[in-house]
Design a protein around this ligand. Structure first.
Ligand SMILES: Nc1ccn([C@@H]2O[C@H](COP(=O)(O)OP(=O)(O)OP(=O)(O)O)[C@@H](O)[C@H]2O)c(=O)n1
Ligand SMILES: C[C@](O)(CO)[C@H](O)COP(=O)(O)O
Length: 235
């Protein structure tokens, strides 16, 4: 009989939130009295399918994050992230390997997406039973233009094929580590998410879309805080 799958969440909160223009990491901005970090943490921590949450925090803000994680018994630790988002993922993978959790399935989530729903998390976990890698995404309602460095439009991909990636991104145990093991040997490696690392460096591993929600927005620019607050108020 197959042993029960273990699922661990990695909460990526290692950025400084420069585009938000708050003068502090946007993870600590509040939405209706709770920090963005707190909202994202609660969504993962309180989900019955998530065994534990590893928080990856911006250097210098680990103690501040521990104030937010206090009272959450399944927080595994709060560790320092790296210069880029992918460096923070690598830091998480290293911690998991050092703490005998390399055998767990992973959900990697942006702390900047505080409104992620339990349905999305459940669907990601369920999808990992039959897929080795999954990415939450929503179909693009905009037509997407591909342009060169001069701004000249070089392609307009068929909109029906285009999805806007969100998080969590989910990975069967060991898949993400294998992908990064190959990626980090590539001097030209760069990534803004983790599914693309699997797609590019583990061509034998298909990546499956899991339907997201517009509400699962990423707080990036100054206007996003007000938008997220309004969405939170809509229940
Ligand atoms: N070195 C980094 C950079 C980003 N992130 C996390 O990845 C998520 C998505 O990144 P983004 O929204 O770009 O956050 P920042 O990098 O902080 O934003 P900015 O680019 O405006 O500084 C965020 O939860 C962020 O904290 C991270 O863990 N480590
Ligand atoms: C992972 C992500 O949220 C998918 O859309 C996005 O790539 C993160 O980008 P950011 O620039 O690190 O916010």
């Amino acid at each position: 009989m197959e042993s029960a799958r273990r699922s661990v969440a990695v909460l990526l909160a290692g950025g400084i939130g420069a585009r938000a223009g708050l003068g502090m990491p946007k993870q600590f901005a509040e939405l209706r009295g709770r920090t963005i970090l707190g909202h994202a943490l609660a969504a993962l921590h309180d989900h019955p399918g998530v065994e534990g949450v590893l928080v990856v925090m911006a250097p210098g803000y680990v103690d501040a994050a521990r104030v937010v994680t206090a009272g959450h018994p399944r927080v595994l630790d709060v560790i320092e992230g790296g210069a880029e988002r992918s460096d923070s993922t690598v830091a998480a993978l290293r911690w998991l390997a050092d703490h005998a959790l390399a055998g767990a399935d992973l959900l990697v989530h942006d702390a900047a997406r505080p409104l992620v729903s339990a349905r999305i998390i459940s669907d990601c976990l369920a999808a990992l039973a039959t897929h080795q890698a999954v990415g939450v995404a929503v179909r693009s309602s905009d037509t997407i233009l591909r342009a060169d460095a001069t701004g000249r439009v070089v392609d307009v991909p068929p909109r029906g094929e285009l999805w806007r990636a969100q998080t969590p991104q989910g990975f069967r145990a060991g898949v993400l580590q294998r992908a990064y093991d190959v990626a980090l040997a590539d001097p030209a490696f760069v990534a803004t998410d983790d599914c693309s690392v699997v797609l590019r460096y583990l061509p034998d591993v298909p990546v499956q879309v899991v339907e997201g929600e517009d509400r699962n927005m990423k707080v990036t620019g100054p206007d996003d805080l007000a938008i997220a607050e309004r969405l939170l108020g809509l229940g």
